[in-house]
Design a protein around this ligand. Structure first.
Ligand code: AMP
Length: 280
């Protein structure tokens, strides 16, 4: 595996690969890698000549400084995991390499960026758009892989790529879960083992809503069933919402193409998860 630290190095290298007609699959991450990240690397490898994974804890997407400071940083073990996953290139830039100057741009990322996570984490998606656009310009991948675990981020990135005519395919990849159902997340590393057990109620709440919808209940009743369950659980609920999958607007009479999304804190750690309301 090759490792690059500077914007110049990665840009020159990926340009050469492109000139040779090689395809590049790209997985942007913030490190503290787990099997969810590695599933994206595997996809990138299988579908392209070269897989690039970036590790960069992006300061511009954190709206709470404590969350940024406490974000797990495990570079050495991350690089070992990437090697074992046969990743071809690791890109591990410093903040100065990605943002030589403060990026003050307001990105056009559509209405979808203003609801749910956008409403609870002001500025978050603008920061995500800023770093993803910069990384795509440097890595110049044919396809970039994003986890559906961050479903709203996936929709926002698709809207960013369309708005700025960026020539890249965006692929959404399935959520990898622990056996308890808890979605894997770098932030889980900050939970005690009891916290890990408690956090699995998020997935259970999503299943409750899915079952309620299957039983023919209204969207509002399905949301309430899940919220009632979560309010009695050892988590602090931020939101539980059923939305249209395409643009995350509130559903009217439609019962197809819906997704439930949840955000809650467990032991002070903010976690998100989601589930399509009908199995494909
Ligand atoms: P992060 O390092 O949290 O920014 O995540 C980097 C990428 O990995 C994003 O596209 C995430 O959606 C994806 N990802 C994180 N957790 C999972 C998971 N449990 N399953 C699948 N993809 C994931």
């Amino acid at each position: 595996m090759q490792t690059f630290k500077t914007a110049k190095e990665i840009l020159e290298h990926t340009q050469k690969l492109r000139q040779k007609g090689k395809t590049i699959g790209f997985v942007p991450t913030m490190g503290a890698l787990h099997d969810g990240h590695l599933s994206l690397v595997k996809k990138a490898r299988e579908a392209n000549d070269f897989a690039v994974c970036s590790i960069f804890v992006n300061p511009t997407q954190f709206n709470e400084s404590a969350d940024f400071e406490n974000y797990p940083r495990t570079l050495e073990s991350d690089l070992n995991k990437l090697k074992s996953a046969d990743c071809d290139i690791a890109f591990i830039p410093s903040t100065a390499e990605i943002f030589p100057e403060r990026d003050k741009s307001q990105y056009y990322i559509g209405e979808v960026a203003s609801v749910l996570e956008g409403a609870h984490r002001p500025g978050h998606f603008n920061g995500v758009a800023s770093v993803v656009k910069r990384l795509l310009e440097l890595v110049k991948p044919h396809c970039a892989y994003f986890g559906l675990k961050d479903y709203q981020q996936y929709v926002v990135i698709k809207s960013l790529v369309e708005a700025y005519n960026i020539d890249v395919e965006i692929e959404g990849c399935e959520i990898v879960r622990e056996t308890s159902g808890l979605a894997m997340s770098s932030r889980n590393g900050r939970l005690s083992s009891e916290g890990m057990d408690n956090a699995s109620v998020l997935y259970k709440a999503l299943l409750i809503a899915q079952q309620s919808m299957k039983d023919g209940k209204s969207v509002a009743d399905a949301e309430n069933d899940a919220r009632t369950y979560l309010k009695a659980a050892p988590v602090e609920l931020e939101y539980f919402e059923i939305r249209n999958r395409g643009n995350l607007s509130k559903p009217s009479i439609n019962r197809n193409g819906l997704i439930a999304l949840v955000a809650a804190r467990v032991e002070g750690v903010r976690l998100i998860d989601n589930l399509f309301m009908e199995s494909e």
